[in-house]
Design a protein around this ligand. Structure first.
Ligand code: HPA
Ligand SMILES: [Zn+2]
Length: 333
């Protein structure tokens, strides 16, 4: 039997919950700041890392939006995305469905075209050079208005073939899914898939409304569904995927400690849970480190790791034929 790190790396996996802006490593942040003539409030890379002190979602978001200011040109968005894709390659991620937050950039004067072109070029190059497939997800910022989300969707329509779904992220409390019911209906009518962050810090009621009012295909996070037995039964019956992010949840104190995380209990009860990294540059690990944390703190078995990898493929938006082929490869590892 090979060791767990090698086993996890060799399992073909999909990543379904990754914010590209959250993959901005301190070293690249420094490099882009220098390239763009921006003065960061940090002396060096160590100082950037030292500033990553947060213990809830809002404190994290304040730092994360600040960091994104160094992203200015198409090349910057390419470099950001490419660096993430190299991590995917090294960790056995064969398919990824990353989020980008257009409003974080358009609201500071960067054009939608600049970001979508840089991101898409890197995703396309990964397909040919790294053998990694991808579908991009356009995420609305929920602390802003539904009106602003409509404007963002409109702005994106000339590039509609470059993203597959819309999502919903940022400050959860006080911004329930139903605030975006009409813009999600419009996105669905246009043929997009939909996902939404719900039940990270917010209550199970937010997961219910993401399902019933936004009609989402997947729930991002969703860990607080564990508190609601009726909701758990629905997730199991309908096999609704949850894109869970263990290191994120412990850094943001959704769980006090990794040993308290409920993901493996949900897995064993038949919930379609998956493992993802969320904002790896901020939370201390990419997808393989998230799997390893479950092994180290929760004694995840090889069979559970394999099932989580299979779930990641099943929960993706890939065509059935490709799903079956990757799942066969997972069974052969
Ligand atoms: O985990 C998250 N939750 C909400 N918004 C986010 N934006 C980046 N990461 C997150
Ligand atoms: Zn997230």
């Amino acid at each position: 039997m090979m060791n767990m790190t090698d086993f996890i790396t060799q399992l073909p996996k999909a990543e379904l919950h990754l914010h590209l802006e959250g993959s901005l490593e301190p070293a690249l942040m420094m490099q882009l700041a220098n390239r763009n003539g921006i003065t960061l409030p940090y002396a060096d890379i160590a100082a950037i890392k030292a500033a990553y002190q947060f213990s809830n979602l809002q404190d994290f978001l304040d730092i994360y939006y600040q960091g994104a200011n160094v992203l200015q040109t198409e090349q910057d968005f390419f470099d950001l995305t490419w660096a993430y894709l190299l991590r995917c390659k090294a960790q056995g991620v064969v398919h990824t469905e990353p989020f980008f937050d257009p409003q974080t950039h358009t609201d500071r004067g960067i054009s939608f075209k600049v970001l979508i072109k840089g991101i898409s070029a890197a995703l396309k190059q990964a397909e040919t050079e790294l053998g990694i497939s991808s579908y991009l997800i356009l995420s609305f910022l929920r602390h802003l208005s539904e009106e602003a989300a409509f404007e963002t969707l409109e702005m994106a329509m000339p590039y509609r073939d470059q993203f597959i779904a819309v999502g919903l992220d940022s400050s959860e409390m006080g911004h329930p899914p139903e605030k975006f019911q009409r813009v999600f209906a419009k996105a669905r009518a246009k043929g997009f898939k939909t996902v939404a962050h719900a039940g990270e810090e917010g209550p199970p009621a937010y997961v219910w409304s993401a399902l019933d009012q936004l009609n989402v295909d997947r729930i991002d996070h969703g860990v607080r569904a564990y508190e609601d037995a009726e909701l758990m039964q629905r997730l199991i019956d309908e096999q609704i995927p949850l894109t869970v992010c263990p290191l994120s949840n412990t850094r943001l104190k959704v769980f006090a400690d990794m040993s308290d995380h409920t993901i493996l209990k949900m897995l064993d009860q038949g919930v379609m849970v998956t493992v993802n990294s969320d904002d790896p540059a901020y939370f201390g690990g990419y997808v393989a480190e998230n799997y390893m944390a479950l092994y180290e703190s929760l004694a995840m078995s090889p069979a559970q790791a394999r099932q989580l990898a299979i779930n990641s493929i099943k929960a993706s938006f890939l065509p059935d034929e490709r799903k079956l082929s990757i799942i066969q490869q997972i069974r052969n590892v």
